[in-house]
Ligand binder design. Structure first.
Ligand code: KE4
Length: 437
């Protein structure tokens, strides 16, 4: 892709100044502020297929996809048509609807371990609720998470989290009293010995292990062979529940999520992003004997005004219908693999140390010789090289996640030619990076 003379993001800069007067940092979610990469974040105005356009008229090939949900591409005609049909009948009722039953049936049929689900509005709500259920079902107080994994901003989970917390380099968050996180045990990702040691250190106290089955919030770090089956075995041995946080991997790495790809059955699963198709929707679900403990069927309370609202459910149903068609995941993985293999080849050519991986429709890369197995490895990657590479790609019209602690996403709207243009641009950026520019 020839380097373009991208006009400075003048309107974005004006809007950022205006936004900062009325919105913290000028954004409604921290990582959007470009804190890790500097410069003015483009204020986006529209998206179509694999591309987005900012308020200054700059077009970008989009590998963020609203952080995962837009797996069918922006403004997919089938999703818009379905939304228009539902919109005409009203936006929300706060009452049961047929559509949400259809979505629940669809998700339960797709995910091997999920017999019942409850819709919520965000991944944070999904993981927060799953933890409450796990504590209620086991009568145990502690939870175990992995350094660098991000499960949303519920108090108990804001400990050494990835994504925006890691991007901002903050240990956790003020406002979370120590008592709220004392019960959260944290160990390195991909380290089964550390998990076993934690169970021995807190016998019969750990209610659950919550894990991103493919870590996507400290860059993209796949599970090492045996890690996920090992977690299943350790949870069974120590009487704890296994929770897969598939907010990012659900319907992203395979039709049945990471649990189908890696053939490990968690007790509870959290979903989000793709199952909203770009609208606010998430869910938690799993074994029937556990989910039956959720109000009003059982005593574990959780509620939500807009949970399962018709618009988000309609977008979800159409997105899942598109994904269920033959060959969709092979196509997504062919794109992410083409990109990752191309980046590795260009980096070798340029003499730049790069580690990269692709799993289904998600990918990531580190300016690091490798291996990158956990958060400590991810933090050892060359952040300034990432910043320079990010800036060069953005100026060339490629929109990557503005943090080394995020994953990238392809969509059904991306084409091989888009990947090749991205690699052309990356070639120059990597060569400049090799010269320290
Ligand atoms: P939300 O509350 O943002 O819908 O979901 C929280 C969440 C839970 N679990 C996983 C594995 C997640 O990746 C997320 C949210 N992901 C981030 C991006 N890495 C959302 C982007 C943002 O925070 O703006």
């Amino acid at each position: 892709m020839p380097s373009r003379t991208v006009p400075p993001r003048k309107r974005s800069a004006e809007l950022l100044r205006r936004a900062r007067r009325v919105i913290p940092g000028g954004v409604n979610s921290p990582v959007r502020a470009y804190g890790a990469v500097g410069g003015t974040p483009p204020f986006l105005e529209s998206g179509r297929g694999a591309r987005v356009t900012d308020v200054d008229g700059n077009r970008y090939l989009d590998y963020v996809g609203s952080w995962g949900p837009l797996i069918a591409g922006h403004a997919h005609p089938r999703v818009l048509r379905r939304l228009r049909q539902v919109l005409a009948r009203g936006t929300s009722f706060g009452a049961p609807t047929e559509l949400e039953v259809e979505l629940a049936e669809r998700i339960c049929a797709a995910l091997p371990s999920v017999q019942m689900i409850r819709m919520v509005n965000s991944g944070t709500e999904a993981t927060m609720s799953a933890l409450r259920l796990a504590r209620a079902a086991t009568g145990r107080p502690r939870i175990l998470k992995f350094e660098g994994c991000y499960h949303g901003h519920a108090d108990a989970l804001l400990v050494g989290a990835g994504s925006g917390v890691a991007t901002l380099g903050i240990p956790g968050s003020p406002g979370v009293p120590p008592a709220f996180v004392e019960l959260t045990v944290q160990v390195p990702y991909n380290d089964l010995d550390a998990v076993d040691e934690a169970f021995r250190r807190h016998p019969a106290e750990i209610a659950c292990v919550i894990v991103e089955p493919v870590a996507g919030n400290m860059g993209c770090i796949p599970p090492e062979p045996g890690f996920l089956p090992g977690l299943r075995e350790l949870c069974d041995r120590h009487g704890a529940l296994l929770i897969f946080d598939e907010v990012m991997t659900g319907f992203r790495v395979a039709w049945g999520g990471a649990q189908r790809r890696y053939r490990v059955r968690p007790d509870l699963t959290c979903l989000g992003k793709v199952i909203g198709g770009g609208l606010p929707a998430a869910a938690y679900g799993g074994r029937r004997d556990l989910m039956r403990q959720v109000a009003p069927a059982g005593p574990v309370y959780q509620a939500g005004t807009l949970s399962g609202n018709p618009l988000a459910v309609a977008a979800a149903l159409e997105t899942l219908a598109l994904l269920s068609e033959e060959g969709r995941y092979d196509y997504l993985e062919s794109l992410s693999t083409r990109l990752v293999e191309g980046l590795l080849a260009e980096a070798r050519e340029a003499g730049v140390e790069l580690t990269a991986s692709a799993v289904g429709g998600m990918f990531g890369f580190f300016f690091h010789p490798g291996p990158v197995r956990n958060f400590a490895d991810a933090r050892a990657a060359d952040a300034s090289r990432f910043r320079r590479f990010f800036a060069a790609m953005l100026e060339g019209g490629v929109y990557l996640a503005p943090s080394p602690y995020e994953a990238g996403f392809v969509s059904l709207a991306h084409r091989p030619a888009d990947i090749d243009r991205t690699l052309e641009l990356a070639r120059g950026a990597l060569r400049r990076a090799a010269r320290g520019r």
